[in-house]
Design a protein around this ligand. Structure first.
Ligand code: CDP
Ligand code: MG
Length: 139
């Protein structure tokens, strides 16, 4: 089923000029980039986005990291896009990420791991709505 997921190319990747290389992996996997914007996350945006992790010990560092350089927020569309993109990203910790995945190829650490992807279709809708309106998305 065609669906949408939300993606972020994180600061460690934009800092190393890897936006195009990450997008190539996404597109080679059959996902379409139907909206994309380069932004600098505000503290309020980063805190809200990772609110679910607010009680975790890494929350403060994660929020600071997300504000430390530009990010590229994206909407990806394709067959089973949520699960498909989780596969394409690889495990959270790059040491555990399968070969060829974005995190195996490019992530620097469990924290600075190059990409975000929604973990459910419900969260995809909420995350897309935090950064895009329907008019921004051109399928
Ligand atoms: O991004 P993903 O859904 O794979 O992982 P998560 O468990 O939802 O964690 C969100 C983000 O928090 C990760 O992508 C890392 O950037 C960060 N994190 C961290 O800094 N240290 C950890 N031990 C776990 C996650
Ligand atoms: Mg997650």
């Amino acid at each position: 089923m065609t669906e949408r997921t939300f993606s972020i190319i994180k600061p460690d990747a934009t800092r190393r000029n890897l936006t195009g290389k990450v997008n190539a992996v996404i597109e080679d996997a059959g996902l379409r980039i139907v909206a994309q914007r380069r932004i600098r996350m505000t503290e309020a945006q980063a805190k809200k986005f990772y609110e679910v992790h607010a009680a975790r010990p890494f929350y403060g560092e994660l929020v600071e990291f997300m504000m430390s350089a530009p990010v590229v927020v994206q909407v990806l569309e394709g067959d089973n896009a949520v699960a498909r993109y989780r596969e394409v990203m690889g495990a959270t910790n790059p040491a555990d990420a399968a070969p060829g995945t974005i995190r195996a190829l490019y992530a620097e650490s469990v924290g600075e791991n190059s990409v975000h992807g929604s973990d459910s279709t419900d969260n995809a809708k909420l995350e897309i709505a935090q950064f895009f309106t329907e008019a921004d998305i051109v399928g």
